[in-house]
Design a protein around this ligand. Structure first.
Ligand code: ZN
Length: 309
């Protein structure tokens, strides 16, 4: 089988890390698969949530920058993140989210799938998409949500663009997606992956927002290995994009660039993954630091708030 193309992870900005952790692990039932720090700003956490092993396509990560302003959806941003849940889980999720006091957008249908809208504690726009593909494999059995209903991983992301065409071309020509549907000013691009296979672009997105808490920082797309990353990097350089050098993120290798509408895109390798420095049953249980920050561990640990009471 050919390598799965699709979203590797999405990274957003949060406020209070404890609230963020509580919401994503207890309410949504994701697994904290890695607890580390922002490599460029080690005074804040970098929290990775995902499925049991943090497979590519399941990962949503946060930088909890408590001092930042509240953000608002803006042109040139990822304006919604969706999760994939099984089709039979709708009644469960409606009850569950209401039991946690959340306001939800009543189920509606989009591109043939039912969707529930909600917001996280910082106002980040989230969606649960009831996807038949999610019925084909299991959710995490070790979480607070019954495995039958559990979130399987990312379904996709919605990009807010002034003009859909630039990002659309990039998705089709370089990132392994195909335009499969369109309704009014919303364009659906899909890939062959089990998770993270859907990117929707809203054309003529007209909200004037700003970055900050509750907004997405960047979106990463998958490559199989470093060789594919190098060749894709070269391909994009030849098209006139400015790309960073390869950065070692410990759990994957990354390069970054801005798509034509201004959204920060990343190309991330599938390997080595989160079991690189923790056993599967221990993922997320202790603070992991890159080697070059180990000598500052005691200072870093002292400054970071605890996530659990
Ligand atoms: Zn990233």
């Amino acid at each position: 089988m050919s390598h799965q193309k699709g979203i590797h992870h999405i990274t957003a900005v949060a406020g209070n890390p404890k609230e963020n952790h509580r919401f994503y692990t207890e309410v949504l039932g994701l697994r904290l698969v890695k607890k580390t720090v922002n490599f460029d700003d080690p005074s804040v956490y970098h929290l990775y949530y995902g499925d049991e092993s943090g497979n590519p396509g399941s990962i949503l990560t946060f930088f909890p920058w408590e001092h930042l302003q509240d953000g608002e959806p803006d042109r040139g941003q990822v304006v919604a993140i969706s999760f994939s849940v099984p089709t039979g889980s709708k009644a469960f999720w409606i009850d569950h989210l209401r039991d946690h006091g959340l306001d939800i957008v009543e189920p509606f249908s989009r591109f043939g799938k039912e969707v529930i809208g909600l917001q996280d504690p910082d106002g980040l726009h989230l969606e649960l998409v009831f996807d038949p593909k999610a019925n084909g494999f299991d959710g995490w059995s070790g979480g607070p949500i019954d495995q039958e209903y559990a979130i399987r991983g990312l379904h996709g992301a919605t990009l807010g663009e002034e003009n859909y065409a630039g990002a659309g071309r990039l998705l089709e020509e370089d990132l392994g997606f195909e335009l499969t549907n369109q309704f009014e000013n919303r364009y659906l691009y899909e890939s062959n992956a089990d998770l993270g296979a859907s990117v929707e672009i809203i054309d003529g997105f007209d909200l004037n927002g700003r970055p900050g808490k509750g907004t997405v920082h960047h979106i990463a797309f998958r490559v199989e290995d470093e060789a594919e990353q190098q060749s894709l990097r070269k391909q994009l350089l030849n098209k006139g994009y400015y790309l960073t050098e390869v950065k070692d993120r410990d759990y994957f290798k990354s390069v970054y660039f801005h798509e034509p509408g201004g959204i920060l895109f990343e190309i991330a390798t599938d390997p080595p993954g989160f079991e690189r420095d923790e056993a599967l049953n221990e993922l997320g249980s202790s603070l992991k630091l890159p080697d070059w920050l180990e000598h500052e561990r005691s200072i870093i640990e002292e400054e970071l708030p605890t996530l659990n009471d």
